[in-house]
Design a protein around this ligand. Structure first.
Ligand SMILES: Nc1ncnc2c1ncn2[C@@H]1O[C@H](COP(=O)(O)OP(=O)(O)O)[C@@H](O)[C@H]1O
Ligand SMILES: [Mg+2]
Length: 332
C-alpha cells in the first residue's frame, strides 16, 4: 500500500509565491513508487480540514506565519494527521526571532544583543547580561536612537520578529533611516528587533533528524545582505556547499545546530541561519527555519545534494522521521 501524502502549499501570506514553488518541488520529487501524492493548494482553512481521513501524512510546504508558525500544525494535530514539520510550540518559537533568542539565552547560548520595540506590550526592552530588561514603558523612536548610539555604531539591522524571506528587514545606515525602517518592519510584525550588523561569514546549516548536512556559505550579490532579491532571483547570491571553511568551524556549526534543534524542540528537519564573526571567533545564530524553502534553488536541497542525497532521498528521509514504522523499500 502506498502512503497517501498531501502536499500543503499556498496560503494567503506574503510568502505564498515561494510556498507554491516549494510545493511544486515536493510534488515533483516524491517517489511515486512509495507515495500517492495529493496536491493541496491551500486558499482557505477548509482546504486543510477537508483532509481528515483522506491522507496518511501532510508534507507542509507552506511558509510564513500560518504555515510555519504553529497554526497549521495545531489544526493537523486536531485532525489527527501527522506532518513533516515541528509541533506547534517549537514552530511558534521558530517563527518569532525574539522568542527564539530568549530560548537560546535561557540555555546559555550566545545571541547577538538587541533592542526590541514591542508594540504588543508597548515598551522598549534591551538585551543585557543574557536577559531582557525594560528600559521604557512606551515606544519612542528618539529614545531608540539614543539607545543605539549608546550601544553600537551604524549600520544596524531592523527586523520584524515574526516574518520570513527577509520581508520587512532593513540595513539602516544612519539615524534618519531608522523611522522608515521601523515603519516597514511593523507592516509584518508587532515586535521589531534592532541588532548591530554582524560583519562576518553568513552560513546556514540543515538538519534532518539527527543528521546534519554540510554547512553552506552564502555570499549575497543582488542586495547588501541576504534579502528577497538575493534569495530568489537568478544569480542573486553565491551559495557554496560545503562551505569553504576549516573543518573545526564546520564541526562547531554542526554541533551548535543540533543543540539549537534540541533546545527549541524541533524533532523533524529544519535549517539554522548563522553569522560567524572571525574577529571574535563567535558564531551567532540568527534564526531557525522549521519549514525551510524547498524550491529548486533552495538551500536545503543544495545541502542534501552535497551530502550525496537526491531530492527524492531527501524527501524520503524527512518522511521517515514522521512515519518511522513505515518500510520505505519499494513494493514489488
Ligand atoms: N544582525 C545581523 N547582522 C548581519 N546580517 C543580518 C543580521 N540580521 C539579519 N541579517 C541579514 O538578513 C538576512 C535575513 O535575516 P534572518 O534573521 O535570517 O530573517 P529571515 O527569516 O527573513 O530569513 C540574513 O540572512 C542576513 O543576510
Ligand atoms: Mg533567514
Amino acid at each position: 500500500m502506498k502512503i497517501k501524502v498531501g502536499v500543503l502549499f499556498g496560503g494567503w501570506g506574503e510568502e505564498r509565491e515561494v510556498s507554491v514553488k516549494s510545493g511544486q518541488f515536493v510534488v515533483e520529487n516524491l517517489d511515486r513508487n512509495k507515495y500517492e501524492v495529493r496536491e493541496v493548494l491551500v486558499n482557505r482553512i477548509e482546504d486543510i480540514i477537508e483532509l481528515k481521513g483522506e491522507i496518511d501524512l501532510a508534507f507542509i510546504a507552506f511558509h510564513g506565519k500560518i504555515g510555519e508558525g504553529g497554526y497549521v500544525q495545531a489544526i493537523l494535530d486536531l485532525l489527527g494527521i501527522p506532518y513533516t514539520s515541528a509541533s506547534p510550540l517549537p514552530s511558534q518559537i521558530g517563527m518569532n526571532k525574539w522568542l527564539f533568542k530568549r530560548v537560546l539565552q535561557s540555555e546559555g547560548l550566545t545571541t547577538v544583543s538587541d533592542i526590541v520595540l514591542d508594540y504588543v506590550t508597548k515598551r522598549i526592552l534591551v538585551n543585557e547580561n543574557g536577559g531582557y530588561r525594560q528600559v521604557l514603558s512606551r515606544i519612542c523612536l528618539r529614545q531608540t536612537v539614543r539607545l543605539i548610539a549608546e550601544k553600537w555604531s551604524y549600520p544596524v539591522f531592523v527586523k520584524p520578529a515574526d516574518s520570513g524571506s527577509s520581508f520587512g528587514i532593513s540595513k539602516v545606515k544612519n539615524e534618519s533611516q531608522l523611522r522608515p525602517a521601523v515603519k516597514e518592519a511593523t507592516k509584518f510584525s508587532r515586535q521589531v528587533i534592532i541588532e548591530p550588523s554582524l560583519e562576518g561569514k553568513e552560513l546556514t546549516v540543515t538538519f534532518v533528524g539527527k543528521t546534519v548536512l554540510p554547512p553552506i556559505l552564502i555570499i549575497p550579490h543582488k542586495g547588501e545582505f541576504f534579502d528577497y532579491a538575493s534569495k530568489y532571483e537568478e544569480e542573486g547570491a553565491e551559495e557554496i556547499c560545503p562551505a569553504p571553511i576549516d573543518s573545526r568551524l564546520s564541526r562547531r556549526l554542526q554541533r551548535l545546530t543540533l543543540k539549537i534543534k534540541k533546545v527549541v524542540g524541533v524533532e523533524t528537519y529544519g535549517r539554522v541561519d548563522f553569522v560567524y564573526k572571525p574577529d571574535e571567533d563567535v558564531i551567532y545564530p540568527l534564526e531557525i527555519n522549521t519549514v525551510p524553502g524547498m524550491t529548486t534553488t533552495s538551500l536545503v536541497p543544495k545541502a542534501a545534494a552535497a551530502f550525496g542525497w537526491s531530492n527524492q532521498r531527501l524527501l524520503d528521509e524527512i518522511i521517515r522521521l514522521v512515519l518511522p514504522e513505515q518500510n520505505h523499500t519499494p513494493e514489488v
